[in-house]
Each structure stands twice: as structure tokens, then as C-alpha cells.
Design a protein around this ligand. Structure first.
Ligand SMILES: [Zn+2]
Length: 358
């Protein structure tokens, strides 16, 4: 998931398709690699999925969210696109519901193995098991510390257990994939490049001989992938992990065609890596500036400084997570310090002194 959509207009990607495949249809990216697009019930209203010809069958990459609409779109793809060959394997890039939502359904339907990173699988299984009873305390402590009160705090309960409602049950076993693994698919080697910070151990897939990178949510052309602190790990610094893992993509050739989970396939990987880094540097400066006053700032105050437009409830939870991600990284860098007030609310103070006029 990549919300809220923070547009980064400096970067102009070169899109290689004129349009996109309608739900239920598949377009060839190159022979043997197909692009599918499924609907999502959010402001970000679609996800891209991939089908890789795999010798006498097909490997699927990611699944869409579990809705009747997506299942029907898959059925239409299976009726039109398989060329009489079976689905042999499912690879899931990460645990977010739009990527893993129909893994259980597909694995059962075709009796195929699920290949994915171990931490992504366990995180999904764990979140699917979350209940109001088991998680409410941690959620309330976390959002209160971020400065939530009143109406905002009242919306927290509705977030707990939401994950499980958007997915078919995650299979109980996987074939684990990890950084630098090489997977042979239809005579081509796809290397796993691990991304971090958007999700714990996100698998991207790079095929050198075809010059393709399935980038998942780690690198998107138009929106900045969400990098958030969540209640399960309240002191995390996911932005450090995200920025560090972007560097793993820098050695790839400039001719690499990037196949992202949202928007359209694009050229311009190196420029996009620079752009994403610059975007976060600007957000760090803005978050630091919001903490410059003598009273510092809460997470909510920084959210209001960073996101000036109207946010719906869904976007607000991503926005507070993203604001905290920038604050926590500023703490790591020594540019901000965190204190806890008498009510248990965290306040962040910029450490640099304002220049004194001589
Ligand atoms: Zn995601």
C-alpha cells in the first residue's frame, strides 16, 4: 500500500505503455511476461500483478485484495490467458493485503506452493490473528503517545483486526526466498533484491537478461512508497532501512524497465532512486522545522505540518505513521530528541540552536 499519495513532480518517468490492461485482461510486457491490473477499493484504486511464463506452466507474482471483484477478474484471466498451461507457483512480494490478499485462494485452487520472504509471511499471519482483545492496549498506547485524542483516538479501535478482513487465510507453509536468491522461471534467472522500510523484507525480482525489475511497492514512479512506524514496533526507524535498501538498486542498468505495483511500467530507475531520497530529505527538513519551537511538537503536530490537505481516516493512519518515521529518523541522526510528558505523550525537540544574531 502506498498512501497518502505524495507526488514528487521533479521526476518525470518515461512510461512505455499507452494505457493499461482492463481488469481481467493481461498485456505482454515482453514475450512471456504479462501485466495484469486489478481494482482496489481505496483512493489508490488499482494494483499491478505479473504473470511469468514458466516452461510448461505459469508463475504468478502477487494477488490483489480479497474481493469478489478481484476473484472474478482472476477467473477471466485464467479463462483467456493460460494457453492451456497450469499455474505452477505463486510468488508474493510482501504481506500487505493488496499483494497477499488472494494467496490462500490461489494456493488452494491450483494446489501450488507459495514463495515469499519469511518475515513477510509471519507478519501477515500475525496481523491476521490480531483481535481487539489482543492488540487494543498496544494500539491505544501508541496513538496516544503520538498525540491522538478525542475523535482521532476513537477511530483507533476500527483499525485493529482490519487486515484479516481483506485477505483469504494465508497458507500455513511457504517456500522461503531471501536477498540474492536466484529463481529460475521459464529459462530466465530472477534475482531477489530485498527492500526494507515499506515492509519488513519486501522481495523485488530482477531479471538481468530481460532487463526487468518487478519492484513491488519498494519503488513506484508517481507516489512515494509509504514508510511508517506502526504499533507493533513503536520505536522503529523504518526510514533508515528504506533509504539504505534503495542503494541495492543503484547498480542496475539505466535501461532497466521497472514493473511497479502501482501506476505504470517505467524507465528512469536511477533518477527515481535519487528523487525518492531527495523527497525524504525534504520531509526530514520539514519535520525538523516543525519541532523547532520551545515546546517542541507531538507526532500529530508534525503530521499537520507535513500533510496540509484534508485526509480521510484511512490516510490519516498512514500519515501519522509516516510523520513518526521521519521523526524517529531525525532522532537517529541526532537532529531531534524525544521526551515523554506527564500524560505519556511524546514530544520531539529540534536539537540545533537557532543562529544567534551578532
Ligand atoms: Zn505495500
Amino acid at each position: 500500500m502506498a498512501l497518502p499519495p505524495e507526488f514528487t513532480p521533479e521526476f518525470v518517468p518515461e512510461y512505455v505503455f499507452d494505457g493499461e490492461p482492463p481488469a481481467g485482461e493481461a498485456w505482454d510486457v515482453v514475450p512471456g511476461v504479462k501485466w495484469l491490473r486489478m481494482p482496489l477499493p481505496f483512493k489508490l484504486n488499482h494494483i499491478n500483478l505479473w504473470m511469468l511464463e514458466d516452461g510448461d506452466g505459469w508463475t504468478l507474482v502477487d494477488t490483489g485484495i480479497d474481493t469478489e471483484e478481484t476473484r472474478q477478474a482472476w477467473e477471466s484471466v485464467f479463462a483467456k490467458t493460460l494457453d492451456g498451461k497450469p499455474v505452477k507457483r505463486l510468488i508474493v512480494t510482501h504481506y500487505h493485503p493488496d499483494h497477499i490478499g488472494l494467496a490462500g485462494w490461489l494456493v488452494e485452487k491450483f494446489n501450488i506452493p507459495l514463495w515469499m520472504p519469511y518475515t513477510e509471511w509471519t507478519t501477515g499471519r500475525m496481523q491476521a490473528a490480531e483481535t481487539l482483545e489482543s492488540a487494543r492496549g498496544a494500539f491505544h498506547d501508541f496513538y496516544k503517545a503520538a498525540g491522538f485524542e478525542g475523535e482521532r483516538l476513537a477511530q483507533v479501535d476500527a483499525r485493529v483486526g482490519r487486515y484479516g478482513s481483506r485477505i483469504s487465510p494465508i497458507p500455513a507453509s511457504i517456500r522461503r526466498i531471501r536477498q540474492a536468491d536466484e529463481i529460475e522461471i521459464g529459462g530466465h534467472i530472477w534475482r531477489v533484491i530485498e527492500g526494507n522500510g515499506h515492509s519488513p523484507e519486501h522481495a523485488c525480482l530482477y531479471c538481468a537478461d530481460m532487463g526487468l525489475l518487478v519492484s513491488g511497492d519498494q519503488i513506484l514512479p508517481k507516489i512515494s512508497p509509504n514508510v511508517s512506524v506502526w504499533p507493533a514496533e513503536p520505536d522503529a526507524d523504518p526510514l533508515a532501512e528504506f533509504l539504505a535498501s534503495l542503494e541495492r538498486f543503484r547498480p542496475l542498468p539505466s535501461t532497466t524497465l521497472v514493473l511497479p505495483s502501482h501506476n505504470w511500467p517505467f524507465l528512469g530507475l536511477l533518477e527515481r532512486l535519487n528523487d525518492l531520497r531527495d523527497h525524504h530529505m525534504e520531509r526530514l527538513d520539514a519535520a525538523e522545522a516543525a519541532c523547532a519551537g520551545p515546546d517542541g511538537a507531538t507526532g500529530v503536530a508534525v503530521l499537520e505540518a507535513l500533510f496540509r490537505r484534508e485526509l480521510d481516516s484511512h490516510q490519516m493512519f498512514f500519515a501519522i505513521g509516516e510523520s513518526l518515521a521521519h521523526l524517529h529518523h531525525l532522532v537517529t541522526l541526532g537532529r531531534v530528541r524525544r521526551e515523554t510528558d506527564a500524560r505519556g505523550v511524546h514530544r520531539f525537540f529540534a536539537t540545533a540552536r537557532a543562529p544567534v544574531a551578532q
